[in-house]
Design a protein around this ligand. Structure first.
Ligand code: CMC
Length: 427
């Protein structure tokens, strides 16, 4: 391990400690840099900055590896359930049978929402984007669950965590139902996490809803694959919001707002819209050319990643899920053929090879969600349901970190220097 990093500023030498994790690059501890040199570091987009220490998720972007608490994502997606993964992310270990039963009971017991929250929906326009509704409604939870907003009480933190994970599917399904003018369905706690969500979304009170096991399995995999992704933009937002001592409902609402953007969670919606716009394989070259054109802002949605410079391991699993769902449900969606061919063409194009641009999780997730029956506007909402587990795990880890302090980046100021006020009449 490197002992220290040496930096010479204005002829003065300084040593900065180097820290090593269990795996991954070492980091240079520059906390004393400003005091010693009067200089900040400049790193817009945090491309070279570790903002915290974490034990939850590890990504090796060059090798295309993603581990939740040490377990490879493909093993979890193939063999585990979403609630098992939630327990793993929150508590650090896969649950025993007794722990699993206990955790599932806790989540299930919290699936209903305060009845008065339902009235909030009527304040939104029918055509509101469900992510807009989710930002508002999740933030509003803080007004209803006062007994779990004391962030310094570990027991209240656990209750808030369970409430958020359990109620997200209920709130999301209600956002969908509101948009199509159908009545809300109460949760059915005899069902699994995924089946319950599917029923609240696609069921109606007038008849029983039978959950298709193929769809339930695909839903579980979707949720597992998107549950956490270390310090991505929305997770960093949750941590930054939480660093000021804000309550967890407010923090998760901030995470949802960040996730909404097309460069992050909104990419799945954008990717499917792009595939639909391409429509047929013969139009692919036209879109590839646009993606490569510096003067055209168009990007191949679902391609490229800040961390993965190799195939996103979630995209590999997602491609398999997409194929299975379409095959088993007997859906012949030309979008999937466009996606497969676009992937092959891009993977063999020097532009994408040189820039190490590979499909990311969002490239195929839209195909899966569309096959299940979700409109594109719900895609990012599904991502939010899943990522709530990661947000909560990361927020909890931060709250328990003795080194935690308010997040407060600095800046390189390039604005005007001192100016004296000029009265309006003299300007
Ligand atoms: N299509 C065409 N060119 C691209 C693409 C793309 N999808 N992504 C990156 N590039 C080019 C970009 O133009 C730049 O070229 P140059 O060096 O000549 O200026 C180079 O590759 C590096 O791109 P960057 O924007 O500096 O890289 P970044 O790490 O800041 O951005 C990204 C990562 C994911 C925002 C970007 O790849 C992108 O916009 N992809 C499309 C949106 C998308 O699929 N987002 C989902 C991310 S995965 C889900 C999640 O974790 O939330």
């Amino acid at each position: 391990m490197t002992e220290a990093a040496h930096l010479t500023v204005d002829g003065t030498d300084g040593d900065y400690p180097v820290m090593a994790g269990t795996v991954g690059p070492e980091v240079i501890d520059i906390r004393k840099l400003y005091g010693a040199t009067g200089r900040f570091t400049y790193d817009p987009g945090f491309t070279s900055t570790a903002a915290c220490e974490s034990k939850i998720t590890y990504i090796d972007g060059d090798e295309g590896i993603l581990l939740y608490r040490g377990y490879p994502i493909d093993q979890l997606a193939e063999q585990s359930s979403f609630l098992e993964v939630a327990h793993l992310l929150l508590n650090g270990s896969l649950p025993s049978t007794a722990e699993h039963a206990d955790f599932s009971r806790n989540i299930t017991r919290h699936t209903m929402i305060h009845e008065q929250l339902a009235t909030f929906y009527r304040g939104f326009r029918r055509d509101a984007h469900p992510m807009a509704i989710m930002c508002g409604i999740v933030g509003a939870m803080a007004a209803f669950y006062h007994d779990s907003t004391d962030i310094h009480d570990p027991q209240q933190r656990v209750i808030a965590s369970h409430r958020l994970i359990a109620k997200m599917p209920t709130l999301a399904a209600m956002a969908y139902k509101y948009s199509i003018g159908q009545p809300f369905l109460y949760p059915d706690n005899s069902l699994s996490f995924s089946a319950n969500f599917l029923r609240m979304t696609f069921g109606v009170p007038a008849e029983p809803y039978v959950v298709d096991p193929i769809v339930e399995d695909a839903m579980e995999k979707l949720l597992i694959l998107q549950a956490d992704h270390e310090q991505n933009a929305s997770t960093s937002t949750v941590r930054l919001a939480g660093s000021s001592g804000a309550n967890p409902f407010a923090c998760i609402s901030a995470g949802i707002a960040c996730l909404w953007g097309p460069a992050h969670g909104g990419a799945n919606e954008a990717a499917l819209n792009m595939l639909r716009e391409i429509g047929t394989p013969d139009r692919i070259p036209e879109f590839i050319a646009r993606a490569k054109n510096k003067d055209d802002p168009f990007r191949l949605m679902g391609f490229g990643h800040r961390v993965y410079k190799n195939y996103d391991p979630r995209a590999k699993v997602m491609a398999g899920v997409a194929k299975k769902v379409l095959d088993q449900l007997g859906i012949a969606d030309p979008i999937f053929d466009v996606a497969r061919e676009l992937e092959q063409i891009a993977l063999n194009d020097p532009y994408f090879i040189d820039k190490k641009l590979y499909p990311n999780v969002d490239f195929y997730s839209g195909v899966v969600m569309s096959a299940i029956g979700f409109p594109t506007s719900m895609f990012t909402v599904l991502f939010a349901i899943s990522r709530t587990v990661g947000w909560i795990a990361q927020w909890t880890e931060m709250m328990e970190d003795p080194e935690q302090k308010i997040g407060r980046p600095r800046q390189l100021y390039t604005g005007a220097t001192h100016r004296d006020y000029v009265p309006l009449s003299a300007r």
